[in-house]
Design a protein around this ligand. Structure first.
Ligand code: SAH
Length: 224
């Protein structure tokens, strides 16, 4: 099922070498949480990148996936996951399934992951990969995630992997007290800020983490 790029297949030594460099790049860019690194070592990014870009799966760069979307840069995935401070009993909502890579990493750290994409095709292909990988604690849903998932709410953690102009109100409402949301905020096509929102007993604390660049959060369902 997984298409491979042209050229001779990698030997197991070459693959091991690439994976080692991948983990080294994560650490050198600030991903230091051992649980996050272990999850990223376990989940093979090579399975989430198809076609001509498969060859670059272990490089620290975003890559194109179907429906004109992108799989995020691994170090950004690592830093966002680290900022989310996921506990083993947590229920996590991800808005923006894309390739499914981020959800697969969260599945190693949380009790249950709900992941939502506005493209049916992306949700279907990611769900198929989760099945192949025997990952049983991810529920994949096609929906406009800017409304969250009212039926499954509230969530301990929420991660948004597409940029909104502001943290969407319904997502803030669906966060438990003490809960954390990580969301890129800003205009598309411009540098955005990664924001960590913590829900307190009385309101929300906002912390700006770093500049990032994500595809925009778009309302409504996609065409594919
Ligand atoms: N987390 C992904 C990368 C996400 S790219 C990964 O690990 O590969 C951003 C994704 O957000 C795209 O797939 C896009 O379709 C999705 N998206 C954008 N707006 C959305 C919305 N309103 N609801 C749900 N998904 C949305």
């Amino acid at each position: 099922m997984t298409e491979r790029s042209e050229g001779p297949p990698l030997t197991s030594e070459e693959l091991a070498e690439r994976k080692m460099r991948f983990l080294f790049a994560l650490r050198s860019r600030g991903v230091t949480d051992t649980r996050v690194l272990t999850a990223m070592e376990k989940v093979d990014r090579g399975l989430f990148v198809r076609g001509i870009f498969a060859d670059r799966a272990y490089e620290d760069m975003p890559l194109p996936i179907a429906c004109g979307q992108t799989i995020s840069q691994p170090s950004v995935v690592g830093l966002m996951t680290q900022a989310l401070q996921v506990n083993p009993r947590d229920t996590v909502l991800e808005v923006g399934t894309g390739s499914g890579y981020q959800a697969a990493i969260l599945s190693q750290l949380a009790r249950r992951v709900y992941t939502v994409d506005r493209y049916r095709r992306l949700a279907r292909e990611a769900a198929e990969l989760f099945r192949q990988l025997d990952i049983a604690n991810i529920t994949t849903i096609t929906a406009d995630g800017s409304h969250g998932l009212p039926d499954q709410a509230p969530f301990d953690r929420i991660i948004v992997t597409a940029a909104a102009e502001d943290p969407p109100g319904p997502l803030l409402e669906q966060l438990k007290p003490g809960g954390i949301m990580v969301v890129p905020v800003g205009q598309s096509d411009a540098v955005q800020s990664l924001i960590k929102v913590t829900r307190t007993a009385t309101g929300f604390d906002y912390e700006e983490l770093r500049p990032v660049r994500f595809v925009p959060l778009v309302e409504g369902l996609g065409s594919e």
